[in-house]
Ligand binder design. Structure first.
Ligand code: GLY
Length: 371
């Protein structure tokens, strides 16, 4: 079964196709975009081993030739040196203005390849083929592209929408369990921020989809992508509603910074813990029902996910240091930190009115293992 979500952005609208086996059928879906039967693929060395030959065969079925460059796997790739290498390689391959670049991989490759496409010859089209759950439900959709700077993550980039996204659920089969659950942190986020029925569905179906049920995985990715597509269509460049997608992220960015962006904490793990903290703060402020934070954390725990600060290995800094790190988040506006708080599960909103004393209490309790 293949299902399609349309991202409604006028002249830049595109389809996100979600299904099993799409990499092997890529040629048929990409052919209508091409002026000549040749594409350039950017990927990483791990994904290349698992998926590149399937993609090559899928393109060949439609008579499309492919050249490819595999960059080292990992967040370290998302900086100027590998970006320069990718852009210069695309030029050496004589990729023209009307050609299409393909990003085959997780969030690092999608962000880097999308940014390379945004600047190559002042902009060429690109297709996202996300191979991690996190990339399928978040980073491949919505057009945020870029690389990291020494000053922080994702500080150099452009909005550049893909022309097509092929989310092949089969690719998730080779994903390590921890990576899958990290991506699931972003899936849960969509239920928590805007769709309580989806959160209830995840409470019922999360364990089976984590165990590998393909239809449930397709449905979870579809509902997540639909939620993101609706928000991006309303607010492409994050002037308002798109900030809701950052539920849990201000806490997450502070925790990622405190753990040195190491494998002590994967991004989606930080998002999951951050969502729990956002609900805890919302409850302490009397904004949401007192039972909601426990329900959020109960679901994360039932999935075997990192839920509490105590689940992060090693030492963490104190509450005030974590709050300082939140102040360095790029979502800070006019010196005020924007938080995503909740009125209840499925109803998040943006506010800069969160007293520091409440953050200190919630984080202090969490660090002592009490929240
Ligand atoms: N990952 C958040 C966004 O795309 O806006």
């Amino acid at each position: 079964m293949t299902t399609t979500v349309r991202v409604e952005l006028g002249a830049r609208a595109y389809d996100v196709m979600i299904g099993a086996g799409l990499i092997g059928q890529a040629g048929r879906h990409i052919a209508p975009l091409l002026h000549r039967p040749r594409v350039a693929v950017l990927t990483d060395e791990n994904v290349a081993k698992a998926q590149l030959e399937t993609l090559r065969a899928g393109l060949q079925d439609a008579g499309i030739d492919m050249v490819s460059l595999a960059l080292p796997a990992g967040e370290g790739t998302k900086g100027w040196p590998q970006f320069t290498r990718a852009v210069e390689w695309l030029l050496a391959q004589k990729i023209e203005r009307r050609d299409v670049v393909i990003a085959l991989g997780g969030g690092v490759i999608g962000d880097l390849a999308g940014f390379a496409a945004a600047v190559l010859r002042r902009g060429v089209r690109f297709v996202q083929i996300p191979t991690s759950l996190l990339a399928q439900v978040d980073s491949s959709v919505g057009g945020k592209t870029g690389i990291n700077a020494p000053q922080g993550k994702n500080l150099i980039g452009a909005f550049h929408q893909p022309s097509l996204v092929l989310a092949d659920i089969t690719a998730l089969e080779t994903l390590p369990g921890r990576e899958f659950l990290s991506g699931y942190g972003e899936v849960v986020k969509y239920g928590l921020l805007g769709d309580d029925a989806f959160f209830t569905w995840l409470e019922e179906n999360g364990p089976a989809l984590a165990a590998g049920d393909v239809d449930l995985r397709i449905e979870a990715v579809r509902r997540s992508v639909q939620a993101k597509a609706d928000i991006v269509a309303r607010d492409e460049t994050e002037q308002g509603d798109r900030a809701l997608l950052n539920l849990g992220h201000t806490f997450c960015h502070a925790l990622e910074s405190a753990t040195g962006y190491s494998d002590r904490l994967l991004h989606g793990e930080g998002v999951a813990i951050g969502c729990g903290l956002a609900f805890e703060v919302s409850a302490r402020l009397g904004l949401c029902p007192q039972e909601d934070p426990s329900r959020v954390r109960a679901h994360l725990k039932s999935m075997g996910m990192k839920t509490d600060l105590a689940d992060i290995p090693g030492d963490l800094p104190d509450a005030d240091t974590l709050i300082d790190l939140m102040g360095q988040d790029k979502k800070v506006m006019d010196g005020k930190i924007n938080f995503i708080m909740a009125r209840r599960i499925g109803q998040a909103f943006v506010t800069d009115d969160v007293p520091v004393t409440v953050l200190q209490t919630v984080l202090g309790d969490a660090l002592r293992g009490r929240a």
